[in-house]
Write a protein that binds this ligand. Structure first.
Ligand code: GLN
Length: 309
């Protein structure tokens, strides 16, 4: 098979191939995530020409969690006219997503794909206050997805209340002078962004919009300029799977972002966006079935960026 076969690719067959994998454990950082169905497994692809492929359960809703980070980064670059790129590092950390650590010397978050970076990108978008930034982010995410998305207010509340490490990171960035808005406000906006509800189908469309240079292939809307999409996809490739980014790049070879809800979003430049959701996670917070599925998909459709070697 090759990339051309994506138009007819059988995602239910891929789902069957990984469904028997029982490794990993469901995140328990908030009650709503702890209650996730460990057997959930949904997959979707959205191609550059708008062709959409889905598996069973591609329409099951889940909170986007850290899969929102590439899109927050995109909106922050856009809304600051590029200044966000000076405010946040772009180097991989080799540490977990919620490590209480900033770049030495600068006090900047290490990159936009870990929590410190996403707290800052969520604070840099337009909007003026918490409500305004919530609204701006929600509208931006809807444009990436090409449809109206819901927000799980209970998840937003739990994330805000129980996200002690995020509060610690926000205070640390205040102390360093990197975060200009109030620490609690920054956590509130980030928590609500993590609580936006998507399904595999919507998340694949979001990945496809980045893969298509910032233009949504379903609606035709230009959400961000190509140079913004390129910056975001480059950082997904190097930092998107946290301290598992190297292993991911070797085995799957596609820019991607993982999340604690068990979602993975992929962007294959010029070709497609993809999403898999399956809640049991490995030690690095990556969906176990999701990783297997993405590896098989990449091999089947010849998606690995270094696949010609
Ligand atoms: N909301 C989660 C947090 O900030 C997101 C983390 C993730 O998905 N890796 O802890």
């Amino acid at each position: 098979m090759s990339r051309a076969d994506a138009r007819t690719y059988d995602l239910d067959a891929l789902r069957d191939r990984v469904a028997g994998e029982s490794g990993g454990s469901v995140d328990d950082s908030i009650p709503q995530l702890a209650q996730a169905d460990p057997s959930l497994c949904g997959m979707a692809l959205v191609l550059a020409d708008g062709t959409t492929r889905t598996s069973a359960q591609a329409d099951v809703a889940f909170s986007i969690q850290s899969a929102v980070k590439p899109f927050l980064f995109a909106l922050a670059i856009l809304d600051t006219g590029g200044r966000a790129l000076d405010r946040i590092g772009i180097e991989p950390t080799g540490e977990s997503f919620d490590a209480i650590k900033l770049e030495s010397g600068t006090g900047r978050p290490p990159n936009p794909m870990v929590n410190a970076g996403a707290l800052l990108t969520a604070a840099l978008v337009d909007g003026g206050d918490v409500r305004g930034r919530d609204e701006r982010i929600w509208r931006g995410l809807c444009a990436f997805a090409g449809r109206e998305l819901d927000v799980d207010e209970d998840v937003a509340h739990s994330e805000h209340l129980l996200g002690d490490r995020n509060h610690a990171l926000a205070h640390l960035m205040r102390a360093e002078g990197t975060l200009e808005v109030g620490a609690d406000d920054a956590v509130a906006v980030y928590a609500r962004a993590c609580a936006v509800l998507v399904d595999a189908d919507a998340l694949a469309a979001m990945g496809a919009t980045l893969a298509c240079g910032g233009r949504n292939p379903l609606t035709g809307e230009r959400v961000v300029p190509p140079e913004v999409a390129r910056d975001v996809v480059a950082v997904m490739a190097t930092c998107g799977v946290y301290d598992g980014s190297g292993r991911w790049m070797r085995s799957v070879g596609v820019p991607a972002k993982s999340s604690v809800s068990g979602a993975i979003v992929m962007s294959v430049p010029g070709v497609l966006g993809g999403a898999v959701v399956s809640p049991p996670l490995d030690d690095q917070g990556t969906s176990v079935r999701g990783h297997l599925a993405c590896e098989a998909l990449s091999a089947d459709l010849d998606l690995h960026v270094f696949g010609s070697l």
